[in-house]
Design a protein around this ligand. Structure first.
Ligand SMILES: [Zn+2]
Ligand SMILES: [Zn+2]
Length: 138
């Protein structure tokens, strides 16, 4: 397979001890199939119910899928300003160098957000209990 960006030959690389990806030794981007991206999310955010929808906005890009040579779609990942390129035939996704780390950061911050929300709800319950107790004072 060839790199959609610089047309170098992709090599196999075992990524973070989790999965095999096709890696470009020249521009350091990598190609993930759809299953592989799911695994990447599971590493830091192991709750399918909270993953939400993957594709926010998409437009036809200029790069080509290394599997079928179809033009990749550029899209934004989960409302964040992270651009990925995806094959319209669902062969996979292209990540530029460093974008995988951004996905991890986004997942971590989503997880932190969930915890904050839980704490906020608990705090609100305490406030309501306090108010209830105050209003029911003899
Ligand atoms: Zn490349
Ligand atoms: Zn394809």
């Amino acid at each position: 397979m060839e790199c959609p960006k610089c047309l170098s030959v992709l090599t196999k690389k075992y990524y973070k001890g989790m999965m095999e990806v096709d890696y470009c030794p020249n521009c350091r981007g990598m190609w993930l199939d759809c299953e592989e991206l799911d695994k990447l999310e599971d590493m830091v955010f192991d709750d399918d119910g909270n993953k939400g929808s993957l594709i926010h906005r998409q437009e036809l890009g200029t790069q080509k899928c290394p599997v079928c040579a179809g033009r990749l779609y550029e899209f934004q990942y989960r409302l964040y300003d992270l651009r990925l390129d995806a094959c319209p035939e669902n062969h996979g996704f292209w990540l530029d160098a460093g974008e995988d780390e951004r996905v991890m950061e986004i997942m971590r911050s989503q997880q932190a957000g969930v915890h904050r929300k839980k704490n906020a709800e608990q705090e609100w319950k305490q406030v309501l209990k306090g108010l209830h107790a105050f209003l029911n004072r003899p």
